[in-house]
Design a protein around this ligand. Sequence first.
Ligand SMILES: Nc1ncnc2c1ncn2[C@@H]1O[C@H](COP(=O)(O)OP(=O)(O)OP(=O)(O)O)[C@@H](O)[C@H]1O
Length: 304
Amino acid sequence: MLEVEGLEKRYGDTVALDGVSLTVRPGEMFGFVGANGAGKTTTMRIVMGVLGADAGRVRWNGAPVGHDTRRRFGYMPEERGLYAKMRVAEQVEYFGRLGGMAAPDARRSADALIERLGLAERRGDDVDSLSLGNQQRVQLAVALIHDPEVLVLDEPFSGLDPIAVDALAGVLAERAAAGVPVVFSSHQLDLVERLCDSVGIIKAGRMVAVGTVAELRARESRKRLRIVVTGAEAGWADRLPGEIVARTDRSPLATAEEHERYDEVILVPADDQEALRLATRAGRVQHFGWQEPGLADIFREVVA
Ligand SMILES: Nc1ncnc2c1ncn2[C@@H]1O[C@H](COP(=O)(O)OP(=O)(O)OP(=O)(O)O)[C@@H](O)[C@H]1O
């Protein structure tokens, strides 16, 4: 298992990491989330030895991680590092060779990944002639080519179209199923929620929440009601007891079918029965029920 313990890192007066710890077990997909500048990239760079820590340690299967061990890791850095004037297939193969693969294996594996990530038609093109999203796919192929023991990916999904997102999600799930610990950072919380076994939320260099989404939901989240009312007077929802965390309202439209006002409110209620009475009095209640918060809701609560 991959263990990161008590990482600290300063840049001059800026404290980038202030005691970051996380553990990723074999076969676990770990989503690393946090606001811009929270410390995700710095943590991953330290795990990969690109950057030294001021304190703390990184261990793989109980032993300190050194250069040779890291060669068996797959890494997608934030600063994408490809050779612009090398062809797609050659480049992926080349990184396979750097990762210690024999030439025929590297070629076979590169071909399979290129196909899988939807790059087959571009295999003979120079990397700098590709769109950014396709360059990103090449970068992913490079991180995956040598069948790494651990995967550390800095925002691997950013900039990918939905088909590429699905292809990458499939590849990562396969690697995890084969026992590889996978860590990736992302701002796409719906994706993290869908794919990850566990999630770590980092805020200003500290891990403020770690666990499965269900655990975070149970620990962090306040119960919320979703209320939909049509035909009410404007402003009725302001009287609801509790805190409104989201609202949508649509004034009457000029069409025959939709001539009613529509209000949807997400409320952390101080008194749910009073909220129901108010909604019933205000208009026609189309929906009134408890709503499970998503990872984005939990994130807002934890990071606020
Ligand atoms: N080379 C550097 N010199 C000075 N400060 C740095 C350097 N690299 C990072 N920092 C600072 O360290 C903190 C953590 O940055 P980091 O890039 O790890 O955040 P992040 O969570 O990856 O953010 P993002 O989501 O925007 O990629 C920030 O305050 C950042 O400004």
